[in-house]
Design a protein around this ligand. Structure first.
Ligand code: FUB
Length: 327
């Protein structure tokens, strides 16, 4: 095991939801910055009161992880009300784009974009959120043909259920039992990253028989935290199961799905949430994730970590047991 592996990458601030990328030969991690406060926790995520983003960087997996300071603050984004949650980033045509969710002034989660000439910011936000966007947890795939896809969505505090009618309805019933589960949203960005080409569509996740995963199948159904990686030409959608705290994955032939559930990537970590990214570095695959070890288990004070991921030749992923190295 490498010396930084499965350890908090920074300890000066609480960090979560790491989206890792290699840009120009260096590792950059785009996390949430957990607000250090004491508060009760609720299912709507009021405890996740993040106000800004700090980008982390590492020369390589063994080097010190650097906190590059404030890259974007909520007070600098005209449309934002509060709660800067899990972001991602993409490099397109030499520019770096931070793609982030936040509640607008009407308390509705939207996706925004901010631009910089540097991977660590500061990022200049667009005046308004991406029209047609809603819910949380954007993950961006720059595909091999140059098209840019956005995956996002989260249940409960992430508001995904509230859009089932096509309009925002905070009283919408949550799917349950044998109801078809909700999936993440899929949309394509324009090349200038200012708009979606079409309204987001919901991705289907199927079981081994080709039937949709049901809402009651909480070990496998989508909750939040989508990520997309490609392996041998196939698309792999990974996500968190929320209430059962697993990271799992599904395989597909098309970036918009459907995807077939394949298995578990990681068993539960300390803390309620689990959130990740998958990135290839120097030929090997790594999982970036968080837990609440640094705060001794306070679910909204998390720390980002990484560990090696084994992807077999057929694309299957070996399940990680997060603390087995401590035994
Ligand atoms: O960090 C706030 C929320 O917690 C994220 O949006 C979810 O994915 C969960 O990690």
């Amino acid at each position: 095991m490498r010396k930084n592996e499965r350890k908090p990458l920074v300890t000066n601030i609480y960090t979560a939801d790491p989206s890792a990328h290699v840009f120009d030969g260096k590792i950059y991690i785009y996390p949430s910055h957990d607000f250090d406060w004491d508060c009760p926790e609720d299912d709507d995520g009021e405890q996740y009161k993040m106000e800004d983003y700090h980008i982390l960087s590492m020369d390589n997996l063994d080097s010190k992880c650097v906190d590059n300071g404030v890259a974007l603050h909520e007070k600098d984004v005209p449309w934002v009300g509060r709660q800067l949650w899990a972001p991602d980033a993409v490099k397109v045509n030499g520019k770096y784009y931070l793609v982030f969710p936040a509640k607008d002034k009407d308390e509705i989660f939207r996706i925004g974009v901010a631009e910089s000439d540097s991977p660590v910011g500061p990022f200049k936000p667009q005046e308004n959120y991406i029209q047609g966007s809603y819910s949380i947890d954007p993950a961006v795939l720059l595909d091999d043909d140059g098209r840019i896809y956005c995956y996002n969505g989260g249940l409960w505090g992430g508001q995904l259920e509230m859009w089932q009618s096509g309009k925002f309805n905070p009283d919408e019933r949550r799917p349950e039992g044998k109801d078809k589960s909700l999936g993440p949203l899929f949309a394509e960005f324009t090349q200038d990253m200012t708009a979606f080409k079409e309204a987001p569509k919901m991705i289907e996740i199927l079981d081994e028989n080709g039937d949709p995963i049901t809402a009651g199948d909480e070990d496998r159904r989508y909750f939040e935290d989508p990520w997309m990686h490609k392996f041998n030409g196939k698309y792999y959608l990974s996500y968190s199961t929320g209430t059962t705290h697993y990271l799992v994955y599904a395989e597909g032939d098309n970036p918009a799905g459907p995807f077939t559930y394949k298995g578990r990537i990681m068993e539960p970590v300390i803390g309620w949430t689990t959130h990740h990214s998958i990135v290839q570095i120097d030929g090997d695959w790594y999982l970036f994730y968080h837990d609440a070890e640094l705060s001794k288990g306070i679910s909204h004070k998390r720390c980002v970590k990484y560990t090696k991921l084994t992807i077999n030749e057929d694309g299957t992923i070996e399940t990680i047991i997060p603390y087995d190295h401590e035994k």
